[in-house]
Design a protein around this ligand. Structure first.
Ligand SMILES: Cc1cc2nc3c(=O)[nH]c(=O)nc-3n(C[C@H](O)[C@H](O)[C@H](O)COP(=O)(O)OP(=O)(O)OC[C@H]3O[C@@H](n4cnc5c(N)ncnc54)[C@H](O)[C@@H]3O)c2cc1C
Length: 486
């Protein structure tokens, strides 16, 4: 089965810390391709761009091969969470992103009469991760910030308008062939690893396995971004899920004067007709008139919920939409993708750079990527499926409550924070696979800025002397930081 989602069915209307630690490996040559590349990344969406920057933080050189000339222009992600902002902090772009993002106070589910069915508020203060638990953003803004960072980094090279067409591996390396889309000239490069961050219709996934698990959600939605001509506070700052009714719909308060409506389509809808400007104004006419805003862009997507069964074959990996797809009702597709590469990057870096690690330990590291990530992403996808079904079902308050009866005492919902699946963790199962908090240190520095993008053992001095000889990751050469004085 092909893993195709977010397929744009009706094309949109477009209406109107740099790391120099490894300079000898620098790949920013004079337009040519460096001879020595550690990792080739296929696709420069948010997943591939983030991966290249995380690897550069570890001293790993990357070549990103991207099919398109420029960033994807149609409406996609508008939300990311505190875990993701923490990854962006590691990349040194959090402060820049803060300027173009907006704290999101939460999501409300209402029935066709406007009655509140389910409330999903987000705390007003920063979370244990050191950032707000929910941000609104514009995906092209994020991708521009990431690409600017890639330009500045001496270990990352981006080649656009090229199509990866062939991948072959042996025990020593992977050979990647790509074609320049302008000249048609094929070029072959070698790397230690290849990661396919090439989206829903991934070519790299086809090299690994086409086998996917379909979690069962499938629906067509029209997505419209508008730019308000002037402020319209009555639209509100909360995301509103208009459940049931003739056409369930989502309203999103994006940063600046941009507002988003996502509208459920019916099987008999004529896609050309429904995406016309007149039709769009009809569909959102309950909330906004043409005098109040301009339609910036719109697209029809087929939302699916799929997980690839195999995320790795030897030296070849997939991450992001290439590995999983979700309906966007929790705003977690890209978030899950960033978690993928946050998990994979340091493991690949250890395998690329450290000669004192045995092959067996390398294998344990690489195998843990899929086993840790799939259960985590599955929980987000399944929750999104439940929310999507409720939004579309036209059902009552009672059915909303039933769907979450085991998790909620009232009509309030909390964000889920799934653990990682079985992987590298050893010892107490209660703490295994849990996202470690990010306290502010006594120096005023955030924890991650102190420890960097590398595994670390945080331990008290007393425990350190007692247990250091036992800890399992010795071969990984973990940094050890004593918590006293921090
Ligand atoms: C309507 C909508 C709303 C969404 N809302 C949210 C949200 O609020 N929050 C959230 O977290 N997620 C959301 N998502 C999901 C999010 O947009 C995606 O998960 C994210 O863009 C995936 O990033 P990616 O880098 O994995 O893939 P992509 O962004 O698709 O990038 C893949 C890249 O690979 C390139 N490529 C493909 N094949 C090749 C090849 N053979 N050679 C070279 N290059 C190739 C493509 O050109 C593309 O640039 C939403 C999606 C949609 C459609």
């Amino acid at each position: 089965m092909a893993l195709q989602s977010y397929r744009t069915l009706g094309i949109a209307h477009s209406m109107h810390h740099s790391d120099t630690r490894n300079d000898e490996k620098s790949v920013n040559t004079d337009g040519g391709i460096a001879k020595s590349i550690d990792v080739v990344i296929v696709g420069c969406g948010p997943t591939g761009a983030t991966l290249s920057l995380l690897l550069a933080q570890c001293g790993v050189s990357t070549l990103i091969l991207e099919r398109e000339k420029s960033i994807y222009p149609l409406p996609r992600a508008v939300h990311f969470d505190d875990q993701i902002m923490r990854v962006f902090q590691t990349l040194g772009v959090a402060e820049t992103l803060e300027k173009v993002t907006r704290y999101n106070p939460g999501m409300r589910f209402v029935d066709p009469n406007g009655k509140l069915l389910l409330d999903w508020p987000r705390p007003a203060g920063v979370s244990d991760n050191g950032w707000y638990s929910s941000y609104r953003f514009h995906q092209p803004d994020l991708e521009t910030v990431l690409r600017d960072q890639i330009q500045k980094n001496t270990l990352t090279q981006l080649k656009t308008y090229v199509d990866v067409c062939k991948i072959e591996q042996n025990d020593e390396q992977v050979n990647v062939t790509f074609k320049d889309r302008q000249t048609g000239v094929p070029v072959c490069v070698q790397a230690q690893f290849v990661v396919g961050c090439d989206g829903a219709n991934s070519t790299v996934r086809q090299h690994i396995s086409e086998s996917v698990e379909d979690l069962g959600f499938n629906a067509h939605w029209l997505v419209v971004d508008v730019l308000l001509n002037q402020d319209k506070p009555e639209l509100g700052d909360f995301t509103i899920q208009h459940c049931g009714g003739d056409r369930p719909a989502t309203y999103v308060r994006c940063p600046g004067n941009r507002r988003r409506w996502e509208i459920s389509l019916k099987p008999g809808d004529d896609l050309d007709a429904i995406t016309s400007e007149e039709s769009i104004w009809n569909l959102i006419g309950e909330w906004l008139s043409p005098a109040e805003a301009t339609i910036e862009r719109s697209a029809v997507y087929e939302f699916k919920s799929l997980i690839a069964k195999q995320w790795r074959d030897g030296r070849i990996f997939i991450a992001g939409d290439a590995a999983h797809l979700t309906s966007p009702f929790m705003g977690q597709g890209m978030c899950a993708s960033i978690r993928d590469v946050s998990n994979l990057s340091w493991k690949l870096a250890k395998c690329c750079l450290e000669t004192n690690i045995s092959d067996a330990v390398k294998e344990t590291l690489l195998v843990s990527y899929q086993s840790e990530r799939i259960p985590n992403v599955r929980e987000y996808i399944e929750t999104a499926i439940r929310l999507g079904a409720l939004i579309e079902s036209c059902d009552t308050e009672e059915s909303l409550k039933q769907a979450f009866a085991d998790k909620r005492e009232s009509n309030k919902m909390k964000s889920i924070v799934p653990s990682l699946g079985a992987g590298l963790g050893v010892g107490c199962k209660d703490y295994q696979g849990i996202w470690f908090p990010q306290p502010m240190l006594s120096s005023g520095q955030r924890l991650d800025d102190r420890i960097g993008q590398s595994p670390v053992l945080l331990i008290s001095a007393a425990l350190l002397s007692e247990y250091l000889h036992q800890y399992a990751g010795r071969e990984l050469d973990l940094a050890v930081i004593s918590v006293e004085g921090e």
